[in-house]
Design a binder for this molecule. Structure first.
Ligand SMILES: Cc1cc2nc3c(=O)[nH]c(=O)nc-3n(C[C@H](O)[C@H](O)[C@H](O)COP(=O)(O)O)c2cc1C
Length: 225
């Protein structure tokens, strides 16, 4: 038996991983960044093969990691975590700095950033595990706390989409017997679920300009589940 709730007991942070150059860059939200060795300092980044950013990392041989803080706006998660750079230029209008290798580094909502040179790539099935050696790291704001995946799930009510390595199909999570008349509505963009019972308010009673607290999608784009 696998209780999928157990997987949420593993701790992660949340980051924007970027690659590319001044002409064209792209980035995605990742919760799977971790340090693998100290001397030299190397980091792993797990990236879905279908992520547009995967091509940029392979082509340029470097990537940046921006560390997000707890109050990061839903727009950042919406732009980098639920939409693909295949469909629009994610970097447009963002506060970008270019690293020593030329990779873009997103500064919006970042409290620190790292820049890594790609040293190894492992094919792990649906994802590529990139190993990068640290060539630059800077602290931008020491007053804010980094956001964790657990905080994102529990406080921000966010869920990871299918491309995330830690995605868990909602139907696999153990359901509580409820038998109530409360309904649940799902955001068609990011998968956030509005649970009437938990929120204490009917979805239909929310104002028409209410938007998804995770990715900013309009109320009308929610479906009843
Ligand atoms: C909370 C969260 C965590 C995520 N973690 C990862 C991750 O670790 N690896 C990954 O490949 N995708 C992850 N994703 C999904 C990508 O951010 C998402 O598929 C993104 O749209 C890909 O963008 P791109 O196609 O422009 O590269 C995560 C998304 C969210 C919202």
């Amino acid at each position: 038996m696998i209780d999928y709730e157990t997987l949420f007991k593993i701790s992660y942070g949340l980051y924007i991983v970027c690659s590319g150059d001044k002409n064209k860059g792209n980035g995605f939200i990742s919760n799977t960044i971790f340090q693998v060795t100290a001397e030299p300092a190397r980091f792993a980044a797990c990236c879905n093969k279908n992520n547009h950013t995967a091509q940029f990392i392979q082509k340029t041989g470097s990537f940046s990691v921006s560390v997000l803080h707890k109050d990061t706006s839903p727009d950042i998660f919406g732009r980098f975590g639920y939409k693909s750079g295949k469909d629009f230029n994610k970097m447009e209008g963002m506060d970008i700095r270019y690293g020593e290798t030329g990779v873009p580094i997103v500064l919006n909502e970042a409290i620190a950033f790292f820049e890594c040179k790609l040293v190894q790539t492992f094919d792990v099935g649906t994802h590529l595990l990139f190993i990068g050696e640290l060539i630059q790291a800077q602290l931008l704001d020491n007053t804010r706390e980094p956001i964790t995946y657990q905080y994102y799930r529990q406080v921000k009510k966010g869920v990871a989409p299918k491309n995330a390595p830690t995605y868990v199909d909602q139907s696999k999570l153990q359901q509580k017997a409820d038998g109530s008349v409360f309904k649940k509505y799902k955001c068609t963009a990011c998968g956030y679920i509005y649970d009437e019972e938990k929120e204490g308010k009917k979805f239909t009673e929310l104002p028409s300009d209410w938007v998804c607290p995770v990715c900013g999608t309009a109320k009308e784009d929610f479906i009843e589940i």
